[in-house]
Structures are given as structure tokens and as C-alpha cells.
Write a protein of this length. Structure first.
Length: 469
């Protein structure tokens, strides 16, 4: 009887103890996740590994202690050696290990010495080691970036040269060659400008491709001169179709005269429309003098109509853009204020990094074409994180990521002078449950907000672009 009572008491005690152990284990797991969020596996590997081992052995107090050390060391690395960390991230993003493994390995060894010094609490030695690490990382980064960004231009130029692109398309060929020089200079002097580098490289490759295409056509026309007649007949047909729609006759004129007549007809149509608009405006002004008491109501109605028109236009464009994007990559939203949100679901930064992954540039370029449709809208890049990790760290990380994307679009829209801002919200605007891994993954995101113009500014802004093909 006594034995049964003792056994019952032990079971009861275990029932009370087990939840406590479970909570402690959960807390330790949370500490490990926080350490991972600040890149402890890379920036404090020793303390992080000890924390993992202690956690696996259910030594909760020891696990928490080592996890906190890993967090502190990682934050020290981020605050004191941010330039080195970003250079290393760019080195990896450019594929340095595949291009020059020896250089990448030497840079990694130098980086590990900085990390080891920080883990030992010796910031003075870490600072000394960082000089060599920065040099080696920079060298590996430049070599990898040159291979990734200049070699494709050089290959495209070589193909254009084979097709006599320099002869038949000298302007495009020269532009591609100058672009190659510009990218080479920028890679050596400022490899951190990856957004600008990517755009310069893409534009140069496009020019070389244009020169190659024209060169191929030029050779073909040289071999088959009769094709010139076919080309001119095709052009004449296009001019006749345009002239027919404008209700003008161009039978006896030369090609240049036909073009001039078409342009004149278009100008006359524009003048006619402008005159009609002027008459309508005059009538409106007269009517306004008689209905001044309705100004406030009319203004409110005009604003409502304007917002409704904005939404309708945006909805039509979003419907078109939905065909361009894979829903797993991008989501498109329209807010009640007629703002358009492009949510970059597939743009996944490496943990704790602000460097755009190479595979994300194609998505950014496609997004740029989508933004072209909304030429009269300011652009706001928003960075968001999950709730794992230090609040201040998450805030700064979201800001830096948003700024990195802004720099890309500033280079992409450079000649158009688009208004682009960047803001980081940290963990303040979640769209999913941070308690679950899937929710945290959704919360780590970049949102691109295309801000609806007000009635006051809409008329002075650029016209919309055509839908991308």
C-alpha cells in the first residue's frame, strides 16, 4: 500500500515538473532562433554550436547562456564590421567559390580569424585581422563580379562583331563597348554598387544584341539586295494603312512627303481636339460662375470620381500584370486609397544579409517593367522582418534591405527621375502569425508601394507606359 502511494506521488510530481521542463526547452529553442536570426552560425559559430549541443542534452541554462553569447558576439560583428560582412555577402552572391575557389577560401579564412577574435572578446585583434580580411574579400568580390557582369558583355560584343555589327550598327556597337568599359571601371572602383552594375551590364548586353541583329540583317541585304524592295514595300503598306485611318491620300508623294503629310494630319487632329477642349473649358468656366455655391460638393464629387478612375485603371493594369508574374513570386494588391502594392514573395535575402541574391535580379527587372505602367506614381520601397531577434537589429536590417532595393531601382530608372523612397518597418507590420515558421517566412518581405497621385499633381506627371509584352 505504501509503495503504491509513493509511486502515485512520483507520477504526480512528474506531471507537474514536465510542463516546466517543456517551457524551459521552448525558451531555449527561442533563444537559438534569435541567435540564428542575427547570423550566429556564421558570426559566432563556437558559442552557437555549444548552445545547440547544450540544448540537445536538455541543459537549458547552459544553452541559454551560450545562445546569449552567440547573440552578443553576432551583434558586435554587425556593428563593428558591417562593411566586411557586406563585402563577404557580395562575394558569395557573385559566386566567388565557383569562379576562384582559392581566393574565396583565403578570404573565408581571414574572415574566420576576425570572428574568432570577437568570440574571444579581443576586439583589438579583431580590428587588426579585419584589414587583411577586407582586402582578400574585396579581391575575391571583384574577380567574381567581373566574371559575372563583364564576361557576358564581352561575349555579346564578340557575337556582334562576328555578325559585322560594328559595320552595320556602329552606334549600338559603340554603346555596348563603352558600357563594357564602364562596368569594368565600376567593378574595380565600387563593387558595392550592384544595382547600377547589373543595370549597366544588362543595357550593354542589349545594345550588343541589337548590333548583332542589325549586322545579320545587313549581311542578308548585302547578299540579297532584292530584299530591300520587299522591306520598302512593307514600309509603304504600313504608311498606307495609317494614311487610310487618317482619311488622307498619299498616292503620288515620296515616302518622306507621305510621312510629313501623316504628321501634319496628326498635328491638325491635335489642334482640333485642343480647340474643342478650349471651348469646353470656356463653357465650364461660364457655368462655374453660376454655380459657385456647389463648388465644395463638386470638388468632393470630382475627387471621388478621380479616385474611382484611378482604381479602375489600376485594376485593369493589375489584371494584365497578373499574367506576367508567377503567383508564387509576386502578389499584387490595390488599397482603398488606390495605392498599388507589389509584394515580392520570391525575393528572399540570405539570413541577416542586405545583398540582393543574383537570382532575384530577373524578378526585379520584370517588376521594373510593371512599375513602368504607373509612370505617374511615386515609389516607396518597404522592408519588413519577422519577430525573431533583436528589435533594433530587425529595424536596421529592414531599412538596409529597402535601401538596397531602392538603389537598384534608382539605377534602373535613372534617366526618368522617378521619386523613390525607402523605409524599414522591422517587425511592426506582420501579415502572418510569427509563431509559425511559414508565417515568419511571409513576414520577411519587400513591398513596393506605387503611391496614387493626387488630383493636384496628376496632370503634371508623365504619361503611362504601354503594357509590357
Amino acid at each position: 500500500m505504501n509503495k503504491k502511494c509513493i509511486a502515485s506521488g512520483v507520477v504526480s510530481a512528474l506531471m507537474f515538473i514536465t510542463p516546466v521542463l517543456s517551457v524551459t526547452a521552448a525558451e531555449s529553442r527561442s533563444m537559438l532562433e534569435e541567435a540564428e536570426a542575427v547570423r550566429a552560425p556564421e558570426l559566432s559559430p563556437l558559442a552557437y554550436q555549444l548552445a545547440k549541443e547544450a540544448y540537445a542534452q536538455h541543459k537549458s541554462s547552459e544553452a541559454d547562456l551560450e545562445a546569449q553569447k552567440a547573440i552578443n558576439n553576432s551583434l558586435t560583428m554587425s556593428s563593428h564590421f558591417q562593411t566586411l560582412i557586406e563585402s563577404r555577402d557580395r562575394m558569395h552572391a557573385a559566386g566567388a567559390r565557383e569562379i576562384r575557389r582559392d581566393l574565396a577560401d583565403r578570404a573565408e579564412e581571414a574572415f574566420e580569424k576576425v570572428v574568432a577574435a570577437v568570440e574571444e572578446g579581443n576586439l583589438h585583434r579583431a580590428a587588426k585581422e579585419s584589414g587583411n580580411a577586407e582586402l582578400l574579400t574585396y579581391q575575391a568580390e571583384v574577380v567574381a563580379a567581373r566574371e559575372q557582369l563583364t564576361r557576358p558583355i564581352a561575349r555579346a560584343i564578340a557575337e556582334a562583331r562576328k555578325a559585322d555589327g560594328g559595320r552595320y550598327a556602329p552606334k549600338a556597337f559603340a554603346g555596348a563597348s563603352e558600357g563594357l568599359k564602364q562596368v569594368e571601371r565600376l567593378v574595380s572602383s565600387h563593387p558595392a554598387a550592384r544595382g547600377q552594375l547589373y543595370n549597366e551590364s544588362r543595357n550593354s548586353i542589349a545594345l550588343a544584341g541589337k548590333a548583332e541583329q542589325i549586322g545579320v540583317q545587313g549581311r542578308l541585304l548585302h547578299k540579297k539586295p532584292a530584299m530591300v524592295e520587299e522591306w520598302l514595300d512593307s514600309r509603304q503598306h504600313d504608311l498606307n494603312v495609317i494614311a487610310e485611318h487618317l482619311h488622307i491620300t498619299t498616292d503620288k508623294e515620296t515616302t518622306d512627303e507621305q510621312v510629313a503629310l501623316i504628321m501634319q494630319a496628326i498635328d491638325q487632329m491635335k489642334s482640333g481636339y485642343e480647340a474643342e477642349l478650349a471651348d469646353a473649358s470656356e463653357q465650364i468656366n461660364r457655368l462655374q460662375g453660376h454655380v459657385s455655391e456647389l463648388d465644395a460638393a463638386r470638388s468632393s464629387l470630382d475627387e471621388a470620381r478621380y479616385k474611382l478612375q484611378l482604381k479602375r485603371d489600376a485594376e485593369a493594369k493589375i489584371a494584365q500584370l497578373a499574367k506576367l508574374f508567377n503567383p508564387d513570386q509576386v502578389e499584387l494588391f490595390l488599397t482603398t486609397d488606390a495605392d498599388v502594392i507589389i509584394r515580392m514573395k520570391a525575393m528572399n535575402f540570405p539570413s541577416g544579409s542586405t545583398i540582393i541574391p543574383t537570382e532575384s535580379y530577373e524578378l526585379l527587372e520584370l517588376t521594373g517593367k510593371a512599375i513602368d505602367l504607373f509612370a505617374n506614381r511615386a515609389i516607396r520601397i518597404e522592408g519588413h522582418t519577422d519577430s525573431i531577434g533583436n528589435d533594433e537589429y530587425n529595424q536596421q536590417l529592414s531599412e538596409r534591405r529597402a535601401m538596397t532595393v531602392r538603389e537598384y531601382f534608382e539605377a534602373r530608372f535613372g534617366e526618368n527621375h522617378r521619386e523613390i523612397t525607402a523605409v524599414g518597418f522591422g517587425e511592426d507590420h506582420p501579415i502572418a502569425n510569427n509563431e509559425k515558421a511559414e508565417g515568419r517566412r511571409s513576414n520577411r518581405r519587400i513591398d513596393i508601394v506605387l503611391i496614387a497621385p493626387t488630383m493636384d499633381t496628376a496632370e503634371s506627371l508623365p504619361q503611362q507606359a504601354a503594357l509590357p509584352q
